[in-house]
Design a protein around this ligand. Structure first.
Ligand SMILES: C[S@@+](CC[C@H](N)C(=O)[O-])C[C@H]1O[C@@H](n2cnc3c(N)ncnc32)[C@H](O)[C@@H]1O
Length: 221
């Protein structure tokens, strides 16, 4: 198992067992709002009306699919992938219950196959923070670039390093890299906003907006 596969297997086992709706529920039991209340909803609601000519969307790291279903409910054609088969099973169930059509699939985006389609929008709803090592993040960014239509947009919501973020004794934070280790394994990548902007620029994106952990980018020309 790779470092980024360990936690999702445990989290989605808990989500399924305890009849929860999504990843966030496992960290905030009793969270009100349910399936339709997902962490980057406000960001998507703000940005979507500003984007013109969007029809085809890819979400990676979709988990149980709250954002993917939200996008499909807005009339978009959505492909959505996650590496965890339990998450994708739940996502299919939630979409079906809502009468929404989303093409869900199991895929590790650090090992993406050659692209066979281009998307107007690629969405990352808090997946990137779980992909920690440079080579894995570079593989994700290569895959996104290969899949983004020329005028396409890349939306990321991710955790960032902030000075007031508290790391308890279980988490070792390396301020030089932004890598957070747990039990000796890479666990999270919490970059500063400046470091994330530099990383995306180096990976071939132009950052159009970066507020908090919300990013709008496009492929650099
Ligand atoms: C913090 S959770 C967010 C899940 C979902 N987007 C949400 O908002 O509920 C991160 C997700 O990324 C997925 N993930 C992590 N590494 C991945 C990878 N290499 N390929 C595909 N999915 C990955 C995890 O399985 C998990 O579902």
């Amino acid at each position: 198992m790779r470092y980024y596969e360990v936690e999702p297997a445990a989290v989605y086992r808990q989500v399924a067992r305890d009849h929860m709706t999504q990843w966030s529920d496992a960290f905030e039991p009793g969270r009100p709002g349910g399936f339709d209340d997902f962490p980057n909803r406000a960001f998507l609601e703000r940005v979507l009306p500003e984007l013109r000519g969007i029809t085809d969307v890819l979400e990676y790291g979709c988990g149980t699919g709250p954002a993917a279903c939200f996008l499909a409910s807005r009339g978009l054609r959505v492909d959505a992938v996650d590496l965890d088969p339990q998450a994708i099973g739940l996502a299919r169930q939630f979409a079906e219950e809502r009468g929404l059509r989303v093409n869900f699939g199991v895929q590790d985006v650090c090992r993406w196959p050659a692209a066979d389609q281009r998307y107007d929008l690629v969405v990352d709803s808090y997946c990137l923070q779980n992909i920690v090592l440079d080579e894995d993040r570079a593989a994700v960014f290569r895959g996104v670039r290969d899949r983004l239509a020329p005028a396409g947009r890349y939306l990321i919501s991710t955790a960032l390093y902030t000075p007031d973020r508290v790391y308890d004794e279980e988490l070792q934070y390396d301020s030089a890299t932004g890598i957070c280790y747990r039990d000796g394994l890479p666990y999270r990548r919490h970059l500063t906003a400046a470091a994330l902007r530099a990383e995306l620029t180096k990976a071939g994106f132009t950052v159009l907006l970066l507020t908090g952990g919300d990013v709008v980018a496009r492929a650099a020309r």
